[in-house]
Design a protein around this ligand. Structure first.
Ligand SMILES: Nc1ncnc2c1ncn2[C@@H]1O[C@H](COP(=O)(O)OP(=O)(O)OP(=O)(O)O)[C@@H](O)[C@H]1O
Ligand SMILES: [Mg+2]
Length: 255
């Protein structure tokens, strides 16, 4: 990948997506523009149907824009590419493969020798707190553990950009807060650029350097809000006056 550091890692320029089928057409995203610097943590919030998953699919190269373009490290995205990791709401693990073998799968596909794959996976298993569970099968894991596996798998090829689409959406509130804190730790240690979708405004403010608020139908970027809360963030930050103002601004933006 081009390592010139004088441009943002990601540039989204006048992005529009319209879905057309025999019943008609639906504009999911309209004229979305923003850019993301290296090692930023961005959250995207918006009501259901505002085009958040559509945006992630375009950024991942899984869906072509109808108009505008997305440029990653100076190169327009038009197909999935190395350097981008993705985590979805459902972990989507292979049920017959162990934790270790699920995490090494992307490397096996790329013919990385098994001892090297195992070594890289072991480091990540430690990073996500699953040491001791290497040989477990997905159906014996909790929802939080499944998402830890999915996060480790998304990091195995050492992507620059990590995309997460409501990764904690299926978890209970306490597990969710814990996983958010874990994700911040991983982001700090691994120095990734993160774009995470969530419908939870407080979660977004707690985690992100910047929160993008999208309004629905068609999805429009209503607010690009910088979150100037000191890092590392503390649980008590959620009760600070600044935090409340940020969440209020975002709520107003997507209403
Ligand atoms: N493949 C598709 N074909 C047609 N319409 C689609 C397709 N994918 C998404 N849409 C429509 O585009 C709009 C945005 O969908 P999207 O899934 O991006 O929303 P979202 O913000 O992720 O919603 P949620 O919070 O419920 O996950 C919706 O109206 C949806 O029905
Ligand atoms: Mg979605």
């Amino acid at each position: 990948m081009n390592s010139a550091n004088n441009h943002p890692l990601l540039e989204v320029k006048d992005l529009g997506v319209t879905f057309t089928d025999d019943k008609g057409s639906l504009q999911a995203l309209n004229q979305i523009s923003f850019s993301v610097d290296r090692e930023q943590f961005i959250c995207v919030v918006g009501p259901s149907g505002s085009g958040k998953s559509t945006l992630i699919r375009v950024l991942a190269g899984l869906l072509a824009p109808t108009s505008g373009e997305v440029v990653l490290d100076g190169i327009p995205i038009n197909e999935p590419r190395q350097g981008v990791g993705i985590v979805f709401q459902k972990a989507n693990l292979m049920p017959w493969r162990s934790v270790l073998r699920n995490i090494t799968l992307p490397l096996e596909i790329n013919h990385v020798p098994q001892n090297e794959a195992n070594e890289r996976a072991s480091e990540l298993i430690e990073l996500v707190g699953l040491t001791g569970f290497e040989d477990w099968l997905p159906h014996d894991l909790s929802g939080g553990m499944l998402q830890r596996v999915a996060i480790a798998r998304s990091l195995i090829q050492d992507p620059d950009l990590l995309l997460l689409d409501e990764p904690f959406g299926a978890l209970d509130a306490l597990t969710r807060e814990k996983m958010g804190a874990e994700l911040l730790r991983i982001w700090r240690v691994r120095k990734k650029t993160v774009i995470m979708i969530t419908h939870d405004i407080s979660e977004a403010v707690f985690l992100a350097d910047r929160v993008l608020a999208i309004s629905p139908q068609p999805g429009n970027l209503r607010l690009d809000l910088e979150i100037n809360l000191e890092r590392p963030r503390q649980e008590d930050d959620r009760f600070s006056p600044e935090f409340v103002v940020y969440t209020q601004q975002l709520r107003d933006a997507i209403r």
